[in-house]
Design a protein around this ligand. Structure first.
Ligand code: 13P
Length: 251
């Protein structure tokens, strides 16, 4: 049985003043049963301070990294640097990175290796655009992204996380329908199992895209959904913790 992971992606949001939310999150986690994992990925500028405030139950992660360890790459940050700042996870291949920075599946695969070599857990994002869904290409697009973004020698499968984030559901308030989520998550699980064998059953599959306290309970009950990658609703402790509580079956 894989442990549920509720992960927040703050994207390019948050100044030091936002860290007051982290104190609230840690405080609430300490009062809840330890039955699901909790992670926040803030902008890199906040990782170190957040890790200092997080307490034992809250993990802190990065939102991307350069595949190299160090060198002449102005503005980039390596996985080792994220680890040094206190991160335990790194999101890689988010659709916003693929769109804004032209990151390809090959780039993402190189990042997965760098993240694992730094001893951290990669969260590999996949998901189709609205045009691809309308053209009936969703399952093929997602399978291609999995094939290209996860290297053959991905070490330590139980420490690998995949997030399915349909691009049309990100930040739009339009959440995918339960049957759409169920179909794609089942497909991801079978593609990974065909490739890696039964151990792929331990890879956590997160859903991301307009997850809120209102829809989280329903989404987290869908088979092969092992957690959520939450954008907007992770910025406030109240809504983020309401999603975490839904993962525990509370409320
Ligand atoms: P929203 O929850 O704001 O739709 O963002 C989802 C996302 O992209 C998380 O990585």
């Amino acid at each position: 049985m894989v442990r549920t992971l509720i992960a927040g992606n703050w994207k390019m949001n948050g100044l030091r003043a936002s860290l007051q939310n982290v104190a609230l999150v840690s405080d609430q986690l300490a009062r809840l049963p330890d039955e699901a994992d909790c992670l926040i990925c803030p902008p890199a500028t906040l990782i170190r301070e957040m890790a200092g405030l997080a307490g034992p139950r809250l993990h802190v992660g990065g939102q991307s990294c350069h595949p190299g360890q160090s060198g002449a790459h102005t503005g980039d940050i390596s996985a080792q640097m994220l680890a040094d700042a206190g991160a335990s996870h790194v999101i890689v291949g988010h659709s916003e990175r693929r769109a804004d920075h032209g990151e390809t599946n090959d780039d993402v695969a190189a990042q997965v290796i760098a993240v694992q070599q730094a001893g951290l857990t990669p969260i590999v994002c996949v998901g189709e655009s609205l045009a691809q869904r309308r053209a009936g290409e969703t399952l093929r697009v997602v399978a291609d992204q999995l094939a290209g973004s996860i290297p053959d020698d991905a070490a330590d499968l139980p420490q690998l996380v995949v997030a399915y984030e349909p691009i049309w559901a990100i930040g739009t308030g339009e959440v995918a329908q339960p049957d759409q989520i169920a179909e794609v998550h089942h497909h991801i699980r079978s593609v990974l199992t065909d490739r890696f064998g039964p151990e792929a059953g331990q890879i956590r599959l997160l859903y991301g895209g307009s997850m809120t306290p209102e829809n989280a309970g329903m989404i987290l009950k869908i088979p092969d959904v092992n957690g959520g990658l939450v954008g907007g609703a992770s910025l406030k402790a109240e809504s983020f913790m309401a999603i975490y509580r839904a993962a525990l079956g509370l409320d």
